[in-house]
Design a protein around this ligand. Sequence first.
Ligand code: NAI
Ligand code: MG
Length: 350
Amino acid sequence: MFKIVTIPGDGIGPEVVASAVQVINALEEKYDLEVSIEEHLFGGASYDVHSEMLTEETLEACKNCDAVLLGAVGGPKWENLPHEKKPEAALLRIRKELGLFANFRPAKVYDALVNASSLKPDILSGTDFMVIRELTGGIYFGQPRGYDDTKGWNTMVYEKYEVERIARLAFETAMKREKRLVCIDKANVLECSQFWRNIVHEVHKDFPDVELTDMYVDNAAMQVVRDPKQFDVIVTKNLFGDILSDISGMITGSLGMLPSASIGKNHALYEPIHGSAPDIAGQNKANPIATIASVAMMFEHSFSMQHVADDIYKAIEKTLESGMRTADIANSDDNIASTTEITDAITANL
Ligand code: NAI
Ligand code: MG
């Protein structure tokens, strides 16, 4: 029995999560799985009822399940709340409370969409790599931090255990793929980066089958757009990963295509990388593929059912190959499918 908690959130969140639930229900039938899905309020949707973006009740539910599926949060209606009441604060809190220290962002190009990117199809075709970003440490959390009238300061600091646990996850991921890991840092300038690199090399001793390469982050930014096919798995700290995962994602096409997984020791949360898209919310226009692919990542990481994940990816591919497109990935002469139409097609292709 798999216990999934959904927190659809705001804007297109509920629409794309409904698509994902439809896919999960289809998988349940196909593989005779037992899945329970429990929905909870989060973000603005929760604020409107409880004056709180994240209630203890929702948090407890997220802690007591096998996997969380998040839609998106935020929107103009809640933009002017004080900082600590904003949706972003609730997002950071949930990640922290669940101890989600590793963020996985696949950069995978679907053949059918090879023309949707700003890069040339021959550079892009066949691209399939994973960016693993450390999520709960580094300069985004280090103390001391602050600014006054004359200066601003932040601290980049990593504890040994923080680097070890993410390095281990990265090597384990590489073992399941092409066994190539690139450690991206700035060890030529930052002592913290040299420390990070040393630890990654120490952990490498436990994974001798993986080929480990070091790369400076500035070069990596260039390599990702010059020759993305060279990468299999990338591991990097919070700050560099924030930037690299966005570049890597966008070379593959639309925001509406990109899933993510955030993993901790005891919990995992899956979500599309896009936001609540208030401009198209409630119009049945959103691309649900990012959220459906997030379900694939859930079956891979949380349920260890790679064949189910592969099945989902194949159904997405088949649907795209049939020419079906939501507006965000359509060419001007394509027929535009709605959220529910493309979801029905993907479900049928399962
Ligand atoms: P956004 O990702 O919501 O939208 C950017 C553009 O991409 C919009 O034109 C939108 O229509 C389009 N888009 C996004 N997802 C799409 C999909 N699945 N299908 C088709 N088109 C899609 O980013 P934006 O506009 O900067 O933020 C809107 C709200 O979302 C803000 O309140 C922001 O704080 C929040 N946000 C929440 C995130 C989260 O919940 N993790 C992440 C990013 C933003
Ligand atoms: Mg970012």
